[in-house]
Design a protein around this ligand. Structure first.
Ligand code: BGC
Length: 378
């Protein structure tokens, strides 16, 4: 008979060396650790893990989702968002990867708008327009983060106060964004803000998705459904023309599951103006707080599925047309169209378009929106 110690060691070896990732001990639901510094401010990386081992790593710099690991149909986890290994790479190389985008996500024509009869001038950081909050948007500040366990799952609350006049916008804006990695396998994002003067705002999350895993060559093989009948056509500077047009009969129609790359090369004015898909899909004309199922993204190879639900009036579908092969996590090249964004929002250039949902927030009102990205596989 073998000595019991040998049996024990073999069992231990099997457990450590040959077990699948699924058999590893569970990570704690919350972990917070230093992640370098930026402009002399310490940055913290918070890791949220749910009971099914989905894991989100989110830093307090820009509220960036640095990684998000979700299972495929075999239960194998992969990180499905683009990002970097170090915080220092974000200001240098990031095209708004994973961040909270604000004060006004998307474009404002020529960096100008009027509110209550007063004209405001913003940076034209995406010539000739203003983009994603300007030169130093909400993605470039270290927010105050508090990690906490909630009934729905591990969560991270991030708080940031944007001063009156920040990037030319009126009003001191106090913002709170809470990420919850729910036990139902969703990343829920709750946005809240109050102001001390009338202002405009449009907050979103700018994650770049590739459900085969970040660094995979393309996202053109993913299948997408966007349940919107209408979209806002844009001019050649990506500013809405003001029209709200039907998707029917155009390559922008994703009401039935369609392969992302199937029509992207078609000779269509809108695909030329957007350099691919870079368009706002319309669901409703108000910020009324009602949750809508907007989109489903599916990767046929891995079986991973992401559903997008939101209280927002619209969603921007962007096919990573400006990704150019520069490297991300693990030195992997992020090629042209190797990820896509589904940014829930109000319409671009709403401050200049009275017929669009109002982006105005006044003192005494609370801006509250919620977006939920739910993951499954089959
Ligand atoms: C916009 C693109 C822009 C990208 C920047 C997207 O939200 O729609 O036009 O190039 O952000 O990363």
């Amino acid at each position: 008979m073998k000595p019991p110690t040998v049996t024990f060691c073999l069992a231990g070896l099997l457990a450590c060396g040959f077990a699948s990732a699924q058999d590893k001990p569970m990570d704690a639901p919350l972990k917070s650790e230093p992640f370098g510094e930026i402009d002399g401010h310490a940055v913290t990386l918070h890791t949220l893990t749910n009971k099914n081992r989905l894991q989100a790593r989110i830093m307090d710099y820009g509220g960036v989702v640095v990684s998000l690991r979700v299972p495929d149909r075999e239960g194998k986890l992969a990180d499905v968002v683009l990002g970097f290994d170090t915080v220092a790479e974000y200001p240098e190389k990031s095209q708004y990867f994973g961040c909270i985008t604000g004060r006004y996500a998307n474009r404002i024509a020529k960096g100008k708008f009027s509110l209550d009869g007063k004209e405001y001038t913003l940076a034209t950081n995406n010539e000739p327009n203003h983009l994603h909050g300007g030169v130093k948007g909400f993605n470039q500040y270290v927010w105050k983060g508090t990690a906490m366990e909630t009934a729905d799952g591990p969560a991270l609350k991030l708080v940031w106060s944007s001063p009156d006049g920040d990037e030319g916008y009126p009003g001191k804006l106090d913002c709170e964004v809470t990420y919850t990695l729910t036990q139902g396998n969703a990343l829920r994002i709750d946005y809240k803000a109050v102001t001390d003067k009338p202002t405009v705002l449009n907050l979103t999350n700018h994650s770049y998705w590739n459900l085969s895993g970040e660094g995979s060559a393309t996202v053109l093989d993913h299948e997408l459904t966007i349940l919107a009948d209408r979209y806002t056509p844009v001019d050649e500077t990506s500013i809405p023309t003001g029209e709200v047009a039907p998707v029917e009969g155009t390559p922008l129609d994703f009401r039935k599951p369609t392969v992302v790359g199937a029509r992207i090369g078609e000779d269509h004015g809108q695909l030329k103006n957007g350099l691919g898909y870079d368009h706002n899909y319309v669901f409703k004309n108000v910020r009324d707080g009602k949750m809508i199922h907007m989109a489903t993204l599916r990767d046929p190879k891995s079986g991973r599925i992401m559903d997008v639900d939101s209280t927002e009036p619209a969603i921007q579908f962007y096919t990573g047309n400006f990704l150019d092969g520069r490297t991300g996590k693990g030195g992997k090249p992020y090629a042209h169209r190797s990820a896509l964004c589904l940014e829930t929002q109000t319409f671009p250039d709403s401050p200049n378009r009275p017929s669009f949902p109002s982006p105005v927030l006044r003192p005494g009102q609370t801006y509250e929106t919620t977006t939920i990205y739910t993951f499954s596989a089959k």
